[in-house]
Design a protein around this ligand. Structure first.
Ligand code: ATP
Ligand code: MG
Length: 420
């Protein structure tokens, strides 16, 4: 071990388990790629003000969890705590929303940073794959995103998860609800911080995880009783589209996002094998966000799925992904001449698309064969001076132990045949 360790709240992805991590990212991205979403990559840090406005001045993410800093040049930046604000910023900056090409559909994958209390499933550096559909208000778009997230999880073999769904209303009906909720909350026994929250961000109080708060919330006014006709119709259409697609969901009237620019559809994917860090992904409509960051009105919807927690969900369900072995052929040279010749064959095989590795460092036969087995390769290519003198190499099937002599210039073909 070195003098250093990974910083608190972080962990390293190392082989072989890192392969699962990559496969999860890929599985989440695949349905998006297949549905008109283009890949976007934005910087790991942004102007801190973008997050203050785009995530919300009163959220835990901005007030407590953000890695904000000032550069030597005096710029006030923050490591990105989430992906939506950056994605929208980039789309606006590149004018993707102009030219009549709405919705702009984008997906991303990357690292996010939050200064949280580390626990299982909650880290200071974590990974998300996200999707945003910008500039269109259409219940089919909301449904599409939920269907695609569901498809991702299903493709991984996950089944012990639920989709929670709610509507947050819009600029017309939410203020009325907000006022009614504030009236109700002001009458409760709450601590100072929560009382402040009632005034700034009352919907977030519904999301309070504490038992003592939840008990008092029984009988609180529910947004669904305040939805205007347009919001009701919209929500009903989202629900119908999901049902028609065979995607099961649960109505959760307490599911909220506390900021004014979140509107209508909101949803969360929760996994029942994860204990308290049960949210594997979440999202919703954010019709007011573009204007909050200085853009035009662009009703949008999106989600972000947590890669770390999805990997934990796989573990919780005992799912091992069926990943192809990283190496198919492992070459073992015995002696200098064999080293030169086999190294050439390795390069040839790789060019032919066969995943191949080589026993580096002049290992003896026994150690080299151990490495070959450890690599997961199906075949070993072994050659000594005597084989080479005859223009041959030994092709060994590492499962059956069967060994055949193969002419040097037939190696690529024979390997292909053996792997087929
Ligand atoms: P939570 O309620 O668990 O704090 P959140 O509402 O902060 O989640 P979002 O901002 O909606 O989460 O992020 C989407 C997803 O990213 C989450 O569902 C989760 O899977 C993942 N995620 C969020 N924060 C973390 C973290 N600190 N460590 C690992 N994964 C995280
Ligand atoms: Mg959080």
């Amino acid at each position: 071990m070195s003098t250093f360790q990974a910083p608190k709240g972080t962990y390293d992805l190392i082989p072989p388990s890192s392969a699962t991590y990559l496969a999860v990212r890929e599985a989440i991205a695949a349905p998006l790629r297949n549905s008109g979403y283009g890949y976007i990559e934005t910087p790991g840090f942004e102007n801190v003000e973008l997050f203050a406005r785009g995530v919300g001045e009163s959220t835990d993410i901005v007030t407590k969890e953000m890695y904000a800093f000032e550069t030597k040049g005096g710029d006030k930046l923050a490591l990105r705590p989430e992906g939506t604000a950056s994605t929208l910023r980039a789309a606006l900056e590149a004018n993707l929303h102009k030219g009549g090409n709405l919705p702009v559909k984008l997906w991303y994958s990357g690292s996010y940073y939050r200064y949280e209390r580390p626990q299982k499933g909650r880290y200071r550096h974590f990974s998300q794959v996200g999707a945003e559909a910008i500039g269109v208000e259409d219940p089919a778009l909301d449904a599409e995103l939920i269907i695609l997230a569901n498809q991702s999880y299903r493709s991984l073999g996950l089944s012990d998860f639920r989709i929670l769904l709610n509507s947050l209303g819009d600029q017309e009906c939410r203020p009325v609800y907000r006022a009614a909720l504030q009236d109700f909350l002001r009458g409760l026994e709450l601590d100072e911080e929560t009382r402040r929250r009632i005034e700034i961000n009352p919907l977030r109080v519904l999301d309070d995880k504490r038992e003592s708060v939840q008990e008092q919330l029984i009988g609180a006014p529910m947004l669904r009783d305040y939805l205007c006709e347009a919001c009701k119709t919209y929500h009903e259409q989202v629900r119908e589209l999901l049902t028609a697609a065979g995607v099961a969901f649960e109505d959760d009237p307490k599911l909220v996002r506390g900021l004014d620019y979140y509107t209508r559809t909101t949803f969360e994917f929760v996994h029942d094998g994860l204990g308290s860090q049960s949210a594997v992904g979440g999202g919703g409509r954010y019709d007011g966000l573009s204007e909050m960051i200085g853009g035009p009105a662009l009703p949008s919807v999106g989600w972000a799925l947590g890669v770390d927690r999805t990997v934990l969900a796989l573990e919780a369900e005992g799912i091992t992904l069926d990943l192809p072995a990283a190496t198919s052929v492992y070459a073992v040279p015995l002696g200098e001449e064999a080293r030169r010749v086999l190294f050439g064959k390795v390069t040839e095989l790789r060019l032919a698309g066969v995943a191949t590795d080589f026993a580096y460092g002049g290992k003896g036969l026994k150690n080299a064969m151990k490495s070959a087995n450890r690599s997961g390769a199906r075949l070993a290519l072994v050659a000594g001076e005597r084989d080479l003198a005859e223009g041959l190499v030994q092709l060994k099937d590492l499962q059956s132990g069967e060994q055949t002599a193969v002419a040097l210039d037939a190696v690529v073909d024979e390997v292909r045949r053996a792997l087929a």
